[in-house]
Design a protein around this ligand. Structure first.
Ligand code: SAH
Length: 346
């Protein structure tokens, strides 16, 4: 298989082109064509010689995504994209427009092997992890499509990012590189179901990104019911890893907490959550669970969501309720892809 040129960092690209007899600055030009100017082919790269471009075309693959579908929410303008990868696999990407800028939610894997009970992405298990270029191209393709800059990226789509650690790291470095889109690391968020060794390793990289932990329960027992990963790591171990992340990076952790009616939305649980968040100065993001057809969980009612939020606020916890963006367009992770796959089966 040909090497994927868009997954090479600038340093790696400089090494690679040494063998081509080209000056080192050509690597920077090439890198900027791909990652800053978002070229879709070598043809556009007119300041590079034709011979050089032809050689590149022969020796490397040039990853592109094909937009299979775009759904625009009538409620809030959120756009959901279904992209096809070069091997035919499908992934989802979401664009949310906020007054402070455009935010893109990207996928890190095709499917997922974490098995969270309320999530649609994991229903068919893991197909494969995405390369750095496939993560980057989700942002590039949305940028080309809307003709506007993307200011925030959240790795909260399909997949468990820390289960694809090396490619994720490459992606984070490349998307914040000054020769690429140069998105501030402070505007990048990685969400994990809680792979403790990965969280600690990420802390040691000392990036300025936000780490979001999908907590969803305040006792190990309850967490094990809804998230199989809780059999591997306890909440105590998770809290230690969060404290370590904060210590190493100075960045506050976010807890994601999907409220499931009658499962994890009691007042006692709100109090216990406040107890976990306070020592870490963690921000809490409440998400009314998005009902997935194949699962029988229901979202908490509006009153219990408000009540839960108030309890946290009384304890001085910084809390937000995630806007339920794009619910009318299968906003929950993995739903659009499933629908498409199913339609093809019948
Ligand atoms: N694997 C990562 C990132 C992907 S999911 C993680 O677990 O964090 C992004 C967030 O959406 C996670 O907090 C996840 O638990 C949550 N989520 C998944 N399915 C959901 C649903 N049906 N309703 C509400 N939140 C959901």
């Amino acid at each position: 298989m040909l090497k994927d040129i868009k997954s090479l960092t600038l340093e790696e690209l400089k090494e690679e082109i040494k063998g081509f007899g080209e000056k080192e600055f050509r690597a920077t030009q090439l890198y900027e064509w791909m990652h800053k100017k978002l070229a879709v082919s070598y043809e556009e790269m007119t300041n590079l010689s034709k011979a050089f471009r032809e050689k590149l075309g022969q020796e490397y693959s040039f990853a592109t995504l094909r937009m299979v579908r775009e759904q625009i929410s009538q409620q809030d303008g959120t756009r959901k994209y279904l992209f096809q990868l070069s091997d035919g696999n499908l992934i989802e990407t979401v664009l949310m427009k906020y007054h402070h800028g455009n935010s893109v939610c990207i996928s890190s894997q095709v499917g997922c092997r974490m098995g969270c009970r309320f999530c649609a992405s994991t229903l068919d298990g893991l197909e494969r992890s995405l390369t750095a270029s496939e993560m980057l191209e989700q942002i590039y393709e949305v940028t080309r499509h809307i003709g506007e800059r993307i200011s925030n990226v959240v790795v909260m789509g399909m997949g468990e990012p820390l289960d694809n650690y090396d490619n994720l790291l490459k992606f984070l470095r490349m998307v914040s590189d000054e020769h690429g889109l140069h998105i501030s690391q402070r505007n990048l968020t990685v969400s994990t179901c809680g792979l403790v060794p990965g969280m600690r390793k990420l802390a040691d990289e000392k990036l300025q990104i936000t780490l979001a932990l999908s907590l969803h329960a305040v006792t190990d027992e309850k967490r094990r019911e809804i998230m199989p990963i809780a059999n591997r790591y306890s909440i105590a171990e998770l809290m230690d890893a969060c404290a370590y992340y904060f210590e190493q990076t100075g960045r506050r952790i976010t807890f994601e907490y999907s409220l499931i009616g009658g499962v994890n939305d009691s007042e006692e649980e709100a109090e216990a959550l406040a107890g976990l968040a306070a020592p870490l100065h963690a921000h809490v993001n409440l998400i009314p669970v998005n009902p997935v057809k194949e699962r029988n969980y229901q979202a908490s009612g509006r009153a219990s969501v408000e009540n839960f939020k108030n309890r946290l606020e009384k304890r001085q916890i910084n809390v937000t309720i995630r806007r339920e963006m794009g619910r009318d367009i299968d906003g929950a992770c993995g739903q659009l892809r499933r629908k498409k796959l199913k339609a093809e089966q019948y």
